[in-house]
Design a protein around this ligand. Structure first.
Ligand code: ASP
Length: 325
């Protein structure tokens, strides 16, 4: 009995020290950054910029893996069940805070199953339509959509995505139900918009800026309180006729629950460096956004913000009465 007890103690001590050793050696292999949307879209764009900088800092490749579908909840579920060893991290947006209310059942808990690393950026959204959409400004756009509600189609990245949230708020604001077309991300949705297969969407500037500037899509409004400096001619939705309409898409970095603190600290330090990286800052600026301040790129700030966003959106979603199974 005594020997067995001793063996257990020795075993536990060895185990603890090998964990400590593993933390010290971290990272010694490729890290996978799961993005819960298709490649080529706005979340993917943010993730690839951050992953590239973190690769340089951590001296290990951080690869982006796109696990799209169901508005980001398939990717989130996958990360929630991944090994908490620091080799799987998760870059998601505002959807982490809206899915818990939008979905009647989720196989994961958005707060309890993740270890926050830090906030990354807040990205404005834009109302855009196919290049030949018959409306010259936001007022005409709203009038046309209302008059043609049975045929106008609205692309989004599924229930739980930012594009879905923006569309849901828009439909509530103009009191009009529209046909939505869900994609695994707004990267592929943009392709269909450019091809004229769908009529419009509301999407992050990180996906829409170059198409707007290149004149490939019509842009009617931005969703932030003030105009976006890189798109100065586009009015805010509030200015253009929807008072109080406001939604900005924040992004955060997470790891699975139980990831050791020293590993989270290394990830946080690498994230902080990425957000000060001149290349990241410049690309973010080109795409209508900027990194958050370093006091927000912390586990504590993301944890508190996620909880406050869940509390903020729950009553709004419940009022809109939109739910998914
Ligand atoms: N912009 C998308 C959304 O609506 C997601 C993406 O493809 O990045 O949430």
């Amino acid at each position: 009995m005594g020997t067995k007890f001793l063996k257990t103690i020795v075993g536990l001590a060895l185990c603890a020290s090998s964990f400590a050793y593993a933390d010290a050696a971290y990272p010694n292999k490729t890290i996978t950054m799961v993005v819960p949307f298709a490649a080529g879209g706005p979340t993917d764009t943010v993730a690839r910029l951050v992953a590239q900088s973190m690769t340089g800092t951590l001296k290990q490749t951080v690869i982006v893996e796109n696990v799209g579908g169901a508005g980001g909840t398939i990717g989130a579920a996958r990360v929630a069940k991944s090994a908490p060893d620091g080799y799987t991290v998760f870059l998601h947006h505002i959807g982490q805070s809206t899915a818990p209310t939008l979905y009647r059942k989720l196989s994961y808990n958005a707060v309890d199953d993740f270890e926050p690393v830090g906030l990354i950026t807040d990205v404005p959204m834009t109302f855009i339509a196919r290049g030949d959409f018959p409306a010259k400004d936001f007022k005409e756009f709203v009038a046309y959509v209302k008059a043609n509600k049975s045929k106008v189609t609205y692309a989004n990245a599924g229930v739980g995505s930012a594009s879905h949230l923006c569309g849901m708020l828009f439909m509530t604001a103009i009191d009009t139900e529209l046909t939505t077309v869900p994609y695994k991300g707004t990267g592929p949705a943009m392709n269909d918009l450019l091809g004229g297969q769908v009529d419009f969407m509301c999407d992050q500037t990180t996906n829409t800026t170059s198409q707007i500037k290149g004149g490939k899509v019509k842009a009617y409004a931005v969703t932030t309180k003030t105009r976006v400096p890189s798109l100065p001619n586009i009015p805010t939705a509030a200015e253009a006729g929807l008072p109080g309409f406001e939604v900005a898409v924040w992004h955060g970095l997470y790891a699975p629950k139980g990831t050791p603190k020293p590993v989270i600290q290394k990830l946080e330090a690498a994230l902080q460096i990425a957000l000060k990286d001149p290349t990241v800052k410049q690309r973010f600026a080109d795409l209508g956004t900027e990194p958050v301040s370093s006091d927000r790129a912390t586990p504590e700030a993301l944890r508190a913000f996620l909880k406050s966003e869940i509390a903020k959106w729950a009553p709004i979603i419940k009022k809109a009465g939109v739910y998914a199974d």
